[in-house]
Design a protein around this ligand. Sequence first.
Ligand code: ZN
Length: 159
Amino acid sequence: MEELRISPIRNGTVIDHIPQGQSIDVLRILGIDESTRDTVSVAMNVPSEEMEKKDIVKVEGREIEEDEAAIIALIAPDVTVNMIRDYDVVEKYEVSMPDEIVGILDCPNPNCITNTDEPVETRFDVVVPSESESAELQCHYCETVVKGDVTDLLRGSGS
Ligand SMILES: [Zn+2]
């Protein structure tokens, strides 16, 4: 049995098996920053049987949404999400790569219709070239392809 080094939470979400060092990206995906009022615990470099070292994020009082879990899957496909109610795990699932991502991410192409004044939500198709390669996102409108770190495209990240 692995031992969790941070205390249990009563209600909320535990995000486990985050690759070492990527808890920061997970926090960004969840929109957690200095203005967050939820109690958030982050454990980094926790010894893990399967991964050697891993990160864990616990958010009290909040159950993360499916679309947030889908974005996490893009950067960390082996993450496990545990929903906690009254100290019990009521739901546990592994994140899975979505087919498409609507909203949430901005298109990096300044000329894309989603970056004009038109009321068009961003929409990316997720392409997984092969098991070993990480996912690519392709803008549904301007066909711009995005690879690698998607956290810079999070809406409102300003970079
Ligand atoms: Zn676009």
